[in-house]
Ligand binder design. Structure first.
Ligand code: DP6
Length: 325
């Protein structure tokens, strides 16, 4: 039996499109910050008495498509380890109440860590990152703490994450504005594929990412929060332009997303450096220097309840431990 704890991550340069949908090889590199506030703990044990995988998330049994996706992932672990038993999987998502931020990144990173260890494998961080990738692309990056790069690679062996700065030793901070608790209607898996196939701007996106990766890495090396935030915001807007320009077009934004964007821009007009990013859902994350935190929280609190504003620092990489039955 083994347990793993993995934190979620938010991309500053986004992954939005696959080259290989089965192996989850992305079209582009990406770069993220692991967050300390949001994480998943997962315990796995293989059991010869089981006739199917038994899965719970937050103490609720998981069935249907959700269970099938986890079983497919466990099949990869069974294949790697040569084990054949089914497994008990118990997972807990630790997110602030009603956050709507439960993430496949922390979930599949924790599952990769716990399942591989419970199966008797002792994988390197790099191999764990490759394994987590098979569950969900963004999980690749949640193996490491701090600022992390996912090298797109060209096959299973070459597509993995590396830490850029495991301990973030400058003021970079992120605040999540919880604008909605509903489940997203269009999964990132479906949404990104539709962008690859049907957005006329997809080739331009690849060039945008190439250039944003270089700018972002230079900005991180220089501890330049303004350049990090500006680049992340530009990258997010261009990613979301791919959803609007797909056929059929769609958006993850709702009216509250637009209010949050406007609130961040208002703060900026007042001379406070802060920037926004959004993923495949309506929540908005704000990027800034922690020295400005109080002014930013006060400013955003004019539009959003304070309990919807969750401040997060850079978080740690995965932890895995063995447990006796
Ligand atoms: C917008 O990793 O959830 O958050 O690989 O299909 O499981 P799958 O997709 P997923 O997509 C994440 C998309 C994103 C950007 C990012 O995290 O880089």
């Amino acid at each position: 039996m083994a347990t793993a704890k993995a934190h979620t991550n938010i991309a500053l340069v986004k992954y939005w499109g696959k080259k290989d949908q089965d192996l989850i090889i992305p079209q582009t590199d990406s770069l993220s910050m692991t967050l300390d506030e949001f994480y998943t703990t997962t315990r796995v044990s293989f059991d010869p008495a089981l006739t199917a995988d038994q899965i719970t998330v937050n103490d609720q049994p998981v069935t249907g498509d959700g269970a099938a996706r986890i079983t497919r992932f466990l099949d990869i672990v069974r294949q790697l380890s040569g084990r054949h038993e089914f497994a008990h999987v118990d997972s807990h998502n630790h997110v602030p109440t009603a956050a709507g931020l439960a993430s496949s990144a922390s979930a599949f990173a924790a599952l990769a860590g716990a399942a591989s260890r419970a199966a008797g494998l002792d994988l390197s961080r790099r191999d764990l990152s490759r394994l987590a990738r098979r569950g969900s692309g963004s999980a690749t990056r949640s193996i490491y703490g701090g600022l992390v790069e996912w090298h797109r690679g060209h096959d299973d062996a070459s597509s993995y994450a590396d830490p850029i700065m495991e301990k973030v030793d400058f003021g970079l901070e992120m605040l999540a504005i919880m604008v909605s608790t509903g489940r997203k209607k269009i999964s990132s898996r479906y949404g990104m594929q539709s962008s690859v196939i049907s957005s006329p701007y997809y080739d331009s996106w690849k060039e945008v990412v190439e250039s944003n990766m270089a700018t972002m890495k230079a900005a991180i090396a220089a501890h330049d929060i303004q350049a990090i935030g500006h680049t992340a915001e530009e990258n997010a807007l261009r990613m979301h332009a791919l959803t609007l320009s797909a056929d059929p077009g769609y958006t993850y934004f709702n009216s509250e997303t637009l209010s949050a964007i406007a609130a961040v821009r208002r703060l900026r007009e007042q001379g406070i450096n802060c920037y926004f990013t959004m993923d495949a859902g309506p929540n908005v994350k704000v990027i800034y220097d922690r020295a400005d935190r109080d002014r930013i929280v006060d400013g955003l609190a004019q539009t959003f309840d304070r309990d919807r504003l969750v401040v997060s620092q850079a978080g740690p990489g995965i932890e895995i431990w063995d447990e006796n039955n």
